[in-house]
Design a protein around this ligand. Structure first.
Ligand SMILES: [Zn+2]
Length: 77
């Protein structure tokens, strides 16, 4: 899954109607247990991304199975 596909889910912005995909960005709060959010840069609203969370959970599972800690999130997005 690509970051653009994750963002696409929240375009246009529910709050301000921003429909420019380049005006959104994706980020993960590691300190909250890897919670993924898409943020609208127009109104600064943040939307929780379930589909990105599923990807993160899959990464975690694979990590446990393979016991490899060297994988990076960017490989999956
Ligand atoms: Zn907005």
């Amino acid at each position: 899954m690509r970051i653009q596909e994750i963002i696409q889910e929240f375009v246009p912005c529910e709050v301000c109607g921003n429909s420019d995909i380049n005006n959104f960005y994706f980020h993960v709060f590691a300190h909250r247990g890897s919670e993924p959010y898409v943020k609208c840069c127009e109104c600064e609203e943040e939307f929780y991304s379930m589909s990105a969370k599923e990807v993160l959970l899959r990464i975690e599972r694979e990590r446990k199975e393979k016991r490899s800690s060297g994988q990076v999130i960017s490989k999956y997005f």
